[in-house]
Design a protein around this ligand. Sequence first.
Ligand SMILES: [Zn+2]
Length: 233
Amino acid sequence: MALLLSETLALPGGPAPVQWRRSARARRVSLRIDPRAGAVVVTLPPRAARSAGLSLLMSHADWVAERLRALPGAVRFADGTEIPLAGALYRIRHMPAARGGAWISGQEIQVAGDAAFLARRVTDFLRAEAAHRLGELASGKAQAAGLKLRRVSVKDTRSRWGSCAPDGTLSFSWRLVMAPDFVQDYVAAHEVAHLRHMNHGARFWALVAELTPHRAAADAWLHRQGPQLLRIG
Ligand SMILES: [Zn+2]
């Protein structure tokens, strides 16, 4: 498969980066979104004309625009980068002469030590914050529901925000600490409710509703903004 060229086309939904590929194996003209490139890829069979690709693009302009808009931009932990913590933005500030890991000062996350370890220190800091915040939320809710919580751990899971093991251990993605408080509150309530109901039945949702008022808003937030959290750090 050869990369022909990449260009930005003015589609009805807005400008879209388009990459053209010609494939000997392709049977028909097709479109797909390349999340890394942030572009739509048009694949043409050997003898298809570029106009066939263009007309497919035009007839799917809304789909293309929507998918490209939904693609989150990657954010790396670096000096000067703004990242969310509990929904508010903090700027990472490298303090090479300082000692002692990372800490919050005003609207900054200040990071000591060698630049080579900055990203690692920010990650460690956020993981510790996540363990602390989600641990407090979960144990408070477990207590309110009269449930026994064995342990809370944070992981770098990418397929789920939280999980509940049969032994009573709750796990959360550390990236949740970047989401607003009401989202953290809901995910904690959801996993705590699984301590009693290992399913998503009516009684499970009734318990979730007792433990948090934020289910609908948090669900909507995670659906819209959740993927972005996976592209930070
Ligand atoms: Zn669940």
